[in-house]
Write a protein that binds this ligand. Structure first.
Ligand SMILES: Cc1ncc(COP(=O)(O)O)c(C=O)c1O
Length: 370
């Protein structure tokens, strides 16, 4: 059996390249493993940034997952349209996105929306807009547990901001948000220990807020690398995203996590510019390229080296080039799936080894209707 056998499609001759192919049975298996890992779908709040697809929201709803995390207003809108009951916009709304969040709440009154804050100014703006609109917005305090990207360090300043939240008429305190996306230790014991250290401050803050008589309805924590550790806590909503589609980056660096690559890139040899080179139609407009090579892993070309990457071309150097004539189909696993999805207006959907549908990547848009 060829190492890329599971990625190949009976009707691949009909699939234009480059294409991102979603393997539906593998996605369903990843969803089942995600639920099994935490034991209860009510404890899940998967991030939809990875796939940006209403069809995959619907498949998660079928497993009893009702809460979702998203990063953009468009993702929030697609989740709500697809039937999500509870949508957390995990990016503090500023500028016109404040009004767009309120518009989302008006358009989907049955959906429980919430968002994040780490700033008294942004919170005050949101409170003013919500009060003027006659509504209140549920807001979680965004905590910086070490990534240094957004959030406020758990401590007295964070407690003060949470207390402020509970005094504002347009704001309902929704609990705490702690994303630990900086924890990428390959060794599971080291990653687990780092996760516990980072989370200890969150737990301490929660205890203090509760002791002060404040309500802390929930804590939302983590992505995929720390999912197993937050899953053990019992009282935390887990928010992994990548594990739904999986990729070569996490597959290589997180050996303890048992998910299946479920999204592959279908490309063709478009030229053989030298005896030991193949050029593929897989430029950086088709595969995420924010990291060094390899940006895609080809199981049939384990020793190939990327020597050139342009908008529509990927040039590989390999002594096996002679075995890959112009027109040959190659299948690879992207290193980083989330931004790869965002490069594709449509995905090809494979079931039972056949490309059987094409889905628009609805959440790739910055605007849908709001
Ligand atoms: C705030 C937040 N939560 C959750 C996730 C999901 O993490 P992962 O991609 O590791 O599953 C991300 C990913 O970027 C994120 O930014």
């Amino acid at each position: 059996m060829k190492p890329d056998e599971w990625m190949r499609l009976e009707n691949e001759a009909d699939v234009p390249s480059p294409a991102l192919v979603l393997h539906l049975e593998r996605i369903d298996e990843n969803l089942r493993r995600m639920v099994a890992l935490v034991g209860n779908p009510a404890r899940l709040r998967p991030h939809i940034k990875t796939h940006k697809l209403p069809q995959l929201v619907v498949r998660q709803l079928a497993l009893g997952i009702t809460k979702f995390k998203c990063a953009t207003i468009a993702e929030a809108e697609l989740a709500a349209s697809a039937g999500a009951a509870d949508v957390l916009l995990a990016l503090q709304p500023v500028g016109p996105n404040v009004g767009r969040l309120l518009q989302l709440m008006r358009t989907f009154p049955a959906v429980r929306f919430s968002t994040l804050t780490d700033s008294p100014e942004a919170l005050a703006t949101l409170n003013r807009a919500a009060t003027a609109a006659g509504v209140s917005v549920e807001v979680l305090l965004d905590l910086d547990v070490g990534q240094g990207r957004t959030g406020i360090a758990p401590g007295p300043e964070a407690a003060a901001l949470y207390r402020t939240m509970s005094t504002l008429p347009g704001i309902r305190p929704g609990g705490l948000h702690a994303y630990d996306g900086h924890l990428h230790q390959r060794a599971v014991a080291e990653r687990a220990a780092a996760c516990e250290r980072a989370y200890a401050a969150v737990e301490k803050l929660r205890t203090e807020l509760l002791a002060a008589g404040l309500t802390v309805p929930r804590v939302v924590a983590g992505g995929t690398p720390t999912f197993p550790f937050h899953a053990r806590r019992g009282d935390v909503d887990c928010s992994p995203g990548t594990c739904v589609l999986w990729d070569a980056g996490y597959g290589t660096n997180m050996p303890d996590l048992d998910f299946l690559p479920a999204a592959t890139l279908l490309t063709r040899v478009v030229s053989r510019p030298a005896r030991n080179r193949v050029c593929l139609d897989l430029g950086h407009k088709a595969v995420a390229s924010e990291m060094p090579h390899p940006r895609v892993i080809f199981p049939v070309l384990p020793n190939a080296r990327a020597v050139g990457h342009n908008e529509e071309h990927l040039v590989l150097e390999t002594e096996d080039a002679g075995n890959f004539p112009v027109g040959t189909v190659l299948h690879g696993i992207p290193w980083h799936i989330c931004p790869t999805v965002a490069l594709h207006s449509h995905v090809s959907v494979a079931t039972a080894g056949r490309a059987s549908a094409i889905w628009p990547v609805v959440g790739r848009a910055r605007f849908i209707s709001i």
